[in-house]
Design a protein around this ligand. Structure first.
Ligand SMILES: [Zn+2]
Length: 254
């Protein structure tokens, strides 16, 4: 096991129930992730997401082992491209949301790994794409589940790149660049999603985050997941939190 599970910023995935001792927001009433129960969701019509054209091409990103996950940000040498070139509007959100980072959550085995659950069902991994409205400072996260596929042919090739590069970043602070296509990573043609208000799933667990959790999972191989488990971190997910009185909307089944 690498040394990346020891950090000095007062939290780890071994004691999520203690996060609130250093980060009081973690004991709030609108925390993420949650277990989304179909029969408790409310159908609502949402306008489509409109992603900026630069989502459709390969762009240079920097992968960083930050001690808790391998986060991907726009590379500084990305051909004069900046945050505002990677944005989206629509999807029922007000304003223009700019790309901040994306990362993956996973577990020790295929039985765990996703942060959100659907009817109590967990997935082996969950990808988060974090966007921010730079005017209002509102954060929106687009979340995607994964399922294990048998062959590399069925695997999402962009995530395969991510897992292979990430598996080389065995120490905290390690970075490496990689060209990736955001629309392929997100498979944004996928349409069915849930919408609710929650929090960051890592400390400080700030609330007021707009979550969009896409239902149809993305294919990844066990080999790719094992690369992460064996070389980077064993597990990187927070358990589900109480829904309390929140309403979860869905954009299908009207
Ligand atoms: Zn996340």
């Amino acid at each position: 096991m690498s040394c990346t599970e020891e950090t000095d910023d007062h939290w780890s995935y071994y004691n999520p129930s203690k996060w609130h001792e250093h980060f009081p927001d973690a004991s709030g009433t609108s925390q993420s992730p949650i277990d989304i129960k179909f029969h408790e969701t409310v159908a609502q019509q949402f306008p489509p997401f409109e992603f900026s054209p630069d989502h459709q091409r390969e762009i240079n990103f920097t992968l960083t082992n930050n001690g808790h996950q391998v986060a991907v940000t726009l590379s500084k040498d990305s051909e004069n491209l900046n945050q505002t070139d990677l944005s989206f509007t629509g999807g029922g959100l007000t304003g223009k949301f700019n790309f901040v980072n994306f990362h993956l959550h996973w577990g020790r085995t295929d039985r765990h790994g996703s942060e959100h659950e659907i009817n109590g069902h967990t997935f082996p991994a969950e990808g988060h794409f974090v966007y921010k409205d730079l005017e209002t400072q509102q954060t929106a996260v687009l979340a995607f589940f994964f399922y294990v596929v048998r062959s590399e042919n069925e695997e999402n090739s962009e995530w395969k790149k991510y897992t292979h590069i990430a598996s080389l970043l065995t120490n905290i602070g390690d970075t490496m660049n990689c060209a990736l296509n955001l629309s392929h990573l997100m498979q944004i043609e996928k349409r069915r999603f849930f919408r609710y208000m929650g929090s960051l799933t890592t400390p400080p667990c700030t609330e007021g985050i707009i979550w969009t959790v896409f239902l149809d999972p993305i294919g990844i191989t066990e080999e790719s997941l094992n690369l992460l488990r064996n070389n980077v971190m064993r597990r990187t997910y927070r358990p589900v939190q109480p829904i309390n009185d929140r309403i979860i909307h869905r954009n299908y089944g009207h």
